[in-house]
Design a protein around this ligand. Structure first.
Ligand SMILES: O=C1O[C@H](COP(=O)(O)O)[C@@H](O)[C@H](O)[C@H]1O
Length: 242
């Protein structure tokens, strides 16, 4: 398990640019070596960063398989739906066949949607007991949550399910489906992007404070992979060791 790699850039735009560069570099390498690139996208600010840079990138979009690290269990026309944000701002702009993107089904219960999502994951990761993503693009909330894994929540201890339902998310909307740590920590690369001084305290805590119970974002440590943090100056401003 390698230590996190931390890179600090001057502006949010630069973070977005470097994040997109990293994702496309990994995509093109994966496509070259195995003909396929598997990626998990997060919502919130990660969606903004990816949607602003990825449409300009050069890659074979037909080889991408896109999942969501977490998704809110809301109708597609709800502004909280992460899939729709990507559909409108990325998927409509690149030749990525819709059949290669795996949204959550909002028309069944959240528990059924989680089971359905597990089936969707295994339809691509046909030989992996636990999906091994090429890249997971992660965000971190101001409480240290990542995906829909929140501090102190029992889902942090999940060891069997590769994705799971949550019905009591402290951040609305309450019903969501999220990848769990067995899947997250089996990724080849997990990359966080965090910007703004409002995130400075939690970035410092997650990356430098190992006392007490680790926050969800601090538990992202791929066993046979790397974890990378792309920060802007504001988000990195309280780090002592950078
Ligand atoms: O609720 C969520 O929040 C996290 C963090 O979002 P951010 O806007 O503070 O970066 C996000 O990564 C996750 O996908 C989303 O569902």
């Amino acid at each position: 398990m390698a230590a996190p790699i931390i890179e600090v850039f001057s502006t949010e735009e630069e973070v977005s640019q470097k994040l997109c560069q990293l994702v496309v570099t990994r995509a093109n390498a994966a496509i070259e070596s195995k003909g396929l690139f598997t990626v998990g996208f997060s919502g919130g600010s990660a969606a903004k960063f990816l949607c602003s840079g990825l449409p300009k990138c050069n890659t074979d979009w037909s080889k991408w398989r896109v999942f969501f690290c977490d998704e809110r269990h809301v109708p597609f026309d709800d502004p909280e739906c992460t899939f729709t944000i990507y559909k409108e701002n990325l998927l409509s702009k690149v030749p990525l066949p819709e059949v290669n993107v795996f949204p959550l089904n909002p028309d069944i219960s959240v528990e059924e949607a989680a089971e359905d999502y597990v089936r969707k994951l295994y339809s691509v990761f046909t030989t992996d007991p636990v999906p091994r993503f090429d890249v997971l693009v992660l965000g971190m909330g101001p409480d240290g949550h990542t995906c829909s894994l929140f501090p102190g929540h029992p889902l942090l201890k999940e060891t069997n399910q590769i994705a799971a339902a949550i019905s009591d998310s402290p951040k609305p909307p309450p019903k969501r489906v999220t990848l769990t740590f067995p899947t997250i920590n089996n990724a080849k690369c997990a990359v966080f992007a965090s910007c703004g001084s409002a995130k400075a305290d939690i970035v410092q805590k997650v990356l430098e404070d190992t006392s007490g119970e680790l926050l969800p974002a601090a538990r992202v440590r791929p066993v046979k992979g790397e974890v990378i943090w792309f920060l802007d100056k504001g988000a990195a401003s309280k780090l002592k060791k950078v």
